[in-house]
Design a protein around this ligand. Structure first.
Ligand code: IMP
Ligand code: MG
Length: 206
C-alpha cells in the first residue's frame, strides 16, 4: 500500500530524541511511531505472500540496517537472510558510480527472494542489483523498500512493497545517511541546508 502525498504531514520536532538533533535536522518527515505502525502492516502483507515458500531475504547494505531489523522481527515465518553490499562513491545526494562491496553467500536458486532496500530513488541501484540476482535463478523476486520517491525515477523499476511514498526531498535517519552520518536517527527527517553547505565546503577545502 502506498501512502498518498496528501496524507503526508510534516511534523515539527517534538519528541525527546529529536531535541538532540535540532541543530542539524530541519524537520521530522516520518516519526518513529508512524514507521513502526507501517512496518507492522507491511510484515503482515509480506507474511501472507510468502507463506509456505522457501524465503530468502536479501538486504542491501548499509541503509537497510534499521528497517530490516524491525521488519524481519515481525515476519512470523521461516526465512534465510543474506546481504549484498552496494555503495555509491562520493558525498553527494545523488547516487554516483555503484560498487559492489559484498556478494551474496546463500543459494537462492528456486527460492522466493525478498529484496530489501532503504529507498527507491532513481532506480539505478535496483536496476544493477536485479540482473545479478536474476542470474542466480530464484523462483521469484519481490522488492520491498521503506521509502519510494517515484518522481525521481530514471530506470523502469517498481517496488512490490512500499513503506512510504515521499516527495522529492533528500532524507536521512532510520538507516539513511548523508556522508555516512545520521543513520542512527530513530525517525526519517530532512537536514538543515547549512549541513550540506558545510559538508561541501569541507570537501572543497581538501
Ligand atoms: P537510486 O539508485 O537512485 O534508486 O538510489 C538508491 C540509493 O541511493 C539508496 O539505497 C540510498 O543509499 C541512496 N539515496 C537515495 N535517495 C536518498 C535520500 O533521500 N537519502 C539518503 N540516501 C538516499
Ligand atoms: Mg542504499
Amino acid at each position: 500500500m502506498k501512502i498518498p502525498m496528501t496524507e503526508f504531514k510534516i511534523k515539527s520536532l517534538k519528541s525527546k530524541a529529536s531535541k538532540n538533533w535540532r541543530k542539524e535536522v530541519e524537520r521530522v518527515l516520518i516519526t518513529e511511531k508512524q514507521i513502526a505502525r507501517r512496518i507492522n502492516t507491511l510484515a503482515r502483507e509480506i507474511g501472507r505472500d510468502f507463506r509456505g515458500r522457501e524465503m530468502v531475504v536479501i538486504s542491501l547494505l548499509n541503509g537497510t540496517v534499521m528497517f530490516l531489523a524491525d521488519l524481519i522481527r515481525h515476519l512470523n515465518l521461516p526465512l534465510r537472510l543474506d546481504f549484498m553490499g552496494v555503495s555509491s562513491y562520493g558525498l553527494g545526494t545523488e547516487s554516483g558510480q555503484l560498487v559492489f562491496t559484498k556478494e551474496l553467500r546463500l543459494d537462492v536458486r528456486g527460492r522466493d527472494v525478498l529484496l530489501i532496500d532503504d529507498i527507491l530513488d532513481t532506480g539505478r541501484t535496483m536496476s544493477r542489483v536485479l540482473p545479478k540476482i536474476r542470474a542466480l535463478k530464484p523462483r521469484r523476486i519481490k522488492i520491498c523498500v521503506l521509502l519510494d520517491k517515484p518522481s525521481r525515477r530514471v530506470e523502469k523499476v517498481q517496488a512490490d512493497y512500499v513503506g512510504f511514498e515521499i516527495p522529492d526531498l533528500f532524507v536521512v535517519g532510520y538507516g539513511l545517511d548523508f556522508a555516512e552520518r545520521y543513520r542512527n536517527l530513530p525517525f526519517v527527517g530532512v537536514l538543515h541546508p547549512h549541513v550540506y553547505k558545510e559538508a561541501y565546503k569541507q570537501v572543497c577545502q581538501k
